[in-house]
Design a protein around this ligand. Sequence first.
Ligand SMILES: Cc1cc2nc3c(=O)[nH]c(=O)nc-3n(C[C@H](O)[C@H](O)[C@H](O)COP(=O)(O)OP(=O)(O)OC[C@H]3O[C@@H](n4cnc5c(N)ncnc54)[C@H](O)[C@@H]3O)c2cc1C
Length: 441
Amino acid sequence: MNKYDVIIVGAGIAGITTGYYLQKFFPNISYKIIESRSDLGGTWDQMIFPGVRSDSDMYTYGFSFNPWQGPIIGQGKDIKNYLNETAQKYNIRENILFNTQVSSFSWIDNQWITETSDKSYCSDYVICCTGSRDYKAPNFPKFDGEENFAGKIVHTQTWGDTEYKGKKIAIVGSGCTAVTMTPAIVKEAKSVTLIQRSPAWIVNVDSQEKSSRLYKTFEVLIDYFHSRIFKKSYKKKVIAKYPYYNEGNIPAYDYWNQRPACSLDHDYFTSIKSDKVSIEHQEISSWEKNGIKLKNGKVVDCELAIMATGLNAQLLGGIDVMVDNKKININDTSWYRGMMFSGIPNFFAHTGYINFSWTARCEIVSERICKTIMYMNKKNLKTCTPKFMGKVSKPAIEANYVLRAMDKFPSRSYKFNNSNYLMEYMAFKWTKINDGALEFQ
Ligand SMILES: Cc1cc2nc3c(=O)[nH]c(=O)nc-3n(C[C@H](O)[C@H](O)[C@H](O)COP(=O)(O)OP(=O)(O)OC[C@H]3O[C@@H](n4cnc5c(N)ncnc54)[C@H](O)[C@@H]3O)c2cc1C
């Protein structure tokens, strides 16, 4: 069996960040990144629908150790290239094993056995960088009569080579994906109907804006907390700033209950004024031969239905975790600093922020993981296991996909729950590794 110090699963932003910090803290470490796809980038390799881009500014979404040199909002393919270039620059790519699916982790005799579609691997530590989404099954709401629809239905997560030029299109959903996609397809489509249960909060970003990582960090977080504390006045301020909201587009939920979508140089606001675009604020009732029937009885005529209906959350890439031959139900565990689970030794997992750039959290968590391993090496300790403690977890943000998946996440969290970058930044940097919540042996 192949033996490494660390097995990492997933070669997206989290996997690349982890590889970088492991090499930085432990120049002689042996590690392997196991990735089921044929290329790196994770989200940015998979998402290829027209208009795909970041919503976060790239000052904070880029790596601090290899700052992004492009415009403030990154286009999907440019982010993918940037991740490739980073992995190449820091010799991380050569440690990635592609086209290999991990099926289980088993902790036996004080080490991890990782089973894959190919071989088994043995390691002292496992770091799970599998993202937050079910890669195989996106959120795909079902309505009666799907088999009657004569057109094509595609989910944005499985876009493939979908042809949309010259077609009558319906886009179902109002989140970030729908907002970035609409301006990208409107010119070449015959018509576009946006079907939205509730419009989303959308803010404009100037593509020429120049800023810095530090400034953006404070600006985004102040904006977030301001909107949480002064909910009503903040909402009023946003509504007053954009004429869009005065045209019947006020979302049914509070600002920042979900990540606000971004319109780049007003592209979304401009695109929906096109004669080709119409918006229906209605729920769907069923599929018809020629389109989608809404609950008010109207039928939206379309040849291509694009489901921009989001994701299904999944924490550990659908991988089974066994400790001493017992299968772990993650919902029965408590989450230690949003990076380890009670009762699972030497096992770390990344998740990012919904209210701040994902990459920023990957960096601070990676440093903390390395410091934990350093502490263990120094004291000659072999295992580190979080205790079962903490308060019942509440979601930091009420996005539908978070609420749908509460039973797939730990039921409790300990120390800070992962919703506040500045608090976590300080806690990860300055609190003791042996903080009373971990059991070392
Ligand atoms: C369209 C879109 C735009 C986004 N924009 C932003 C943004 O602006 N700001 C922001 O902060 N976040 C954004 N996000 C969230 C985004 O997912 C994260 O920012 C980030 O890319 C996640 O990186 P990751 O490495 O943690 O996970 P992923 O990118 O999901 O990568 C996980 C990797 O693990 C692999 N994997 C999973 N399971 C297994 C297995 N069992 N075996 C082997 N390999 C496995 C997958 O193949 C994948 O390559 C966006 C998401 C989408 C979909």
